[in-house]
Design a binder for this molecule. Structure first.
Ligand SMILES: [Zn+2]
Length: 101
């Protein structure tokens, strides 16, 4: 489902989020935006070469400001995503990891 919030952000859930992730992956030719390594959509998220959607402006409490658009998101490998969140907000990143299926 795709939802547009009052402040103009796009939120995708379920199948639409999965499709968005796949489109972002293709857009970046399967490479990590940060370090350029090859990533794999189906690898477990704790692996260094898994593919993660990183929300550039998602710094609100619990990622409440997230905007699921190509403009606001970059695809990162597991390693870069982990490093980024450990630097910025270790508590939220822990919660995010638990939420993922
Ligand atoms: Zn990377």
């Amino acid at each position: 489902m795709i939802e547009v919030t009052k402040d103009g952000r796009t939120k995708r859930t379920g199948k639409d989020y999965t499709e968005f992730r796949l489109a972002l992956y293709k857009l970046q030719s399967a490479r990590c935006f940060q370090c350029g390594r090859w990533t794999f959509l189906l690898h477990p998220i704790e692996w260094d070469d898994s593919f993660h959607v990183d929300h550039a402006d998602g710094r609100g409490i619990g990622g409440s400001k997230r905007d699921d658009t190509f403009r606001a998101c970059h695809g990162l490998c597991g390693k870069c995503h982990r490093i980024k969140h450990h630097q910025q907000m270790p508590e939220t990143s822990k919660k995010d990891l638990e939420k993922k299926p």
